[in-house]
Ligand binder design. Sequence first.
Ligand code: SF4
Ligand code: SF4
Length: 241
Amino acid sequence: MNYKQEYIYTPKCYESCAGYCCAGFTNPNFKLIRSNFIALPLFDIEYQEYLKAGAINGMEAAKKSEKFKLKGGQTITLHWLHCDKKGLCNPHSNRPLVCKLYPILPKVSSSGEILGFFNGTIFDLFFDDKSHPCTLIKEKRSAIEDMLKSNLTDLLKDPNYIFIFKAAQIAVEHLQNYIKDIFGTYIIDEIPQDKVALFWGEVEMAMMLRRAWNTPKFIDDINEAYENIAKIWGEFLPIEP
Ligand code: SF4
Ligand code: SF4
């Protein structure tokens, strides 16, 4: 992976939205999630590239790292960077993939073919395109999708990144379905005004307590995604003692 690579070119788009995506995803209904930093997830393969590239000044080390075991013993390691740079990360070219690809991520097949796109951060899953705070979604969605289709080609030849995108999609869908089971929809515009605070309260708890992901179905879906990718590309995650 070339860590300096850019995937979406939209100069000065931050002028149209007050830099929404780097500002901390403020939501007055959240009681626990604070907007003074953004937690950015990096799977181990990306984190090693991030460190090799020299990291971002002031964000040289992950604040937290977690390990998860798949049923076959393979280990997923996830590192969390905390960013309070509000768009001024330096060097900007070292920002994580989730920032470089914002506001969308690709839906991929096990062989790495792009099948579509979904909103790239868990804070954005509850907007439809017309109410999304990101101008690129509202005005340039098909242009950024085209950029990603052409610029992600190399990355999608690596099973690790195919798995990362697949795992992100599964996580997003489980969270959306968890909220839909409670409210009948996961789109905030469809929630009656007197239920908005309750809606965001459930979203916050689903994220903080991982309620949407602490289920056998989620574990099965992640394992199945890994197995399907490994069938094509061979085993790619380490088995750690
Ligand atoms: S990517 Fe979207 S939200 Fe982020 S600065 Fe550009 S227009 Fe604003
Ligand atoms: S690393 Fe840079 S692009 Fe990413 S959230 Fe922080 S300031 Fe924004």
